[in-house]
Design a protein. Structure first.
Length: 247
């Protein structure tokens, strides 16, 4: 029950993180985060600084401080989603975050909210680095998720040669080596995805990285190695040794 509730709460946030936002969506997210930041600032200042007979921090000051911490970082995060790929994209992202830091620092120098005297620009910039670091981490997560989605889409459209022509299949990172009559084809998919496309009555897994066609097994050399019809020798994993009975 608790896990289902957490998933329901998390889904809207992950949905917003996983795609580019329109201008209206960005404004709505910014307002919501600004409200949450203002409440946080009020509570933090109340706990940290309030003494007897003193009033709370002015609401306007909390709004300004929350704005300077949240909106530049959020804007940098959202704009960087649109950066081109490759080296130029990294340059654009770096410049976007530097500009966001400069803007937030410049705006902060025009107000004196928390301290009796204005701190140095170096201190002001350091205070803005926290939100920007969180935004950079979220951006890295966004690109990682986008890469995973692209890889899954590519794997979904990739297909193996006719099963009867395949001798054996070996995992190779994000690809599989498909061995057909002495030739090798490299296809972008995982071994599990390949196994899902192969008939289980014909193919059997003999190693954590190898699936073989029973009809292409030439000889079985003890319980640790099998020789294929194309001459390849394939080790048999301990966890898959029971599958040799099916050969």
């Amino acid at each position: 029950m608790t896990a289902d509730l957490l998933v329901q709460i998390r889904q809207p946030f992950t949905h917003l993180l996983k795609r580019r936002l329109s201008a209206k969506e960005f404004a709505a997210v910014a307002v919501a985060m600004l409200a949450a930041g203002t409440i946080y600032c009020q509570l933090w200042c109340l706990i940290a600084f309030m003494r007897p007979h003193q009033g709370p921090m002015p609401l306007g000051a909390s709004v300004i401080l929350a704005f300077l911490d949240i909106v530049p970082a959020l804007a940098a995060f959202e704009l960087s989603k649109r950066a081109p790929r490759g080296a130029w994209g990294l340059v654009v992202i770096a410049l976007t975050f530097l500009i966001a830091l400069a803007c937030a620092t410049a705006l902060r120098t025009t107000v004196d909210i928390m301290l009796p005297a204005n701190p140095t620009i170096r201190v002001l910039a350091a205070q803005r680095l926290g939100p920007l670091t969180i935004a950079a981490a979220a951006l890295a997560w966004y690109f990682f998720q986008r890469k995973q989605v692209a890889e899954r889409a590519a794997a979904a459209t990739a297909s193996l040669p006719p099963a009867k022509s395949i001798d054996w299949v070996k995992a190779a990172g994000n690809y599989v080596e498909v061995h057909v009559g002495g030739a090798t084809r490299l296809i972008r998919m995982t071994l599990r995805q390949a196994a899902d496309q192969l008939p289980r009555d014909t193919f059997v897994q003999v190693h954590r990285s190898v699936i073989v066609n029973r009809a292409s097994v030439a000889t079985q050399q003890g319980r640790r190695t099998i020789r294929m019809s194309d001459g390849a020798e394939i080790p048999v994993g301990d966890a898959y040794r029971s599958n040799l009975a099916d050969l």
